[in-house]
Design a protein around this ligand. Structure first.
Ligand code: GRF
Length: 196
């Protein structure tokens, strides 16, 4: 069984979309894969209750409990490794990971970013796209490397930017695509490692 570990910091809507897709597409039977755990750096992350409602193991590694990034990442890795992950999925995980952590999971660490990378790495992507006068925006699923928001692209989806869009309007339109694109990108990733 290939274990997927999902890291979240907040509502976990992407995690929920992945979990629901794993159930509806029967990944355990078809891909020999399952979401083994959902881990958050925030004790109040809404996604934890969603994971528990799907009988998925959860854990919290509060980043505030650690002196620095290295100590946090080491504690996080211990929690992640307890599930011997084939794939570590960042889904609304709002911590910048150290090169040590990224290297430890190289080739099996992916993220979703709410822009059409390489455009708009970093934060506030929707406001920046609107201010730049973009006519399209979107989402990117990519492998995580030590350069923030710059790893090999696995999937993308574009959405229109409408004339009177606020950042929240655009965020909602992009998020709907995230929930479609991320589960499919993970399913394709799992099938690729199965055939290799
Ligand atoms: C989403 O916009 C995602 O692109 C970004 O975090 C936001 C919240 O994600 N990485 P979620 O609802 O917690 O999955």
């Amino acid at each position: 069984m290939k274990n997927i570990v999902i890291l979240i910091s907040g509502g976990g809507s992407n995690m929920e979309a992945i979990v629901k897709t794993a159930e509806s597409e029967r990944w355990a039977a078809r891909l020999d894969a399952r979401v083994a755990a959902v881990i958050s750096n925030k004790v109040d992350a809404g996604g934890l209750a969603i994971a528990r409602a799907h009988s998925i193991s959860t854990a919290v590694v509060p980043h505030k409990d650690f002196a620095g990034r290295e100590e946090f990442d080491a504690a996080l890795a211990r929690e992640v490794d307890a599930h011997t992950p084939a794939l570590v999925v960042l889904a609304g995980f709002m911590r910048i990971l150290t090169p040590w952590f990224v290297t430890r999971y190289a080739g099996r660490l992916i993220n979703i970013h709410p822009s059409l990378l390489p455009a708009f790495p970093g934060l506030n992507t929707h406001r920046r796209a609107i201010e730049a006068g973009c006519r399209v925006a979107g989402v990117t699923v990519h492998e995580v490397t030590t350069e923030l928001d710059h790893g090999p692209i696995l999937a993308q989806a574009a959405v229109p930017v409408l004339p009177d869009d606020t950042p929240d309007d655009l965020a909602a339109r992009v998020l709907a695509q995230e929930h479609r694109v991320y589960p499919r990108a993970i399913s394709e990733w799992l099938q690729r490692i199965e055939t290799n």
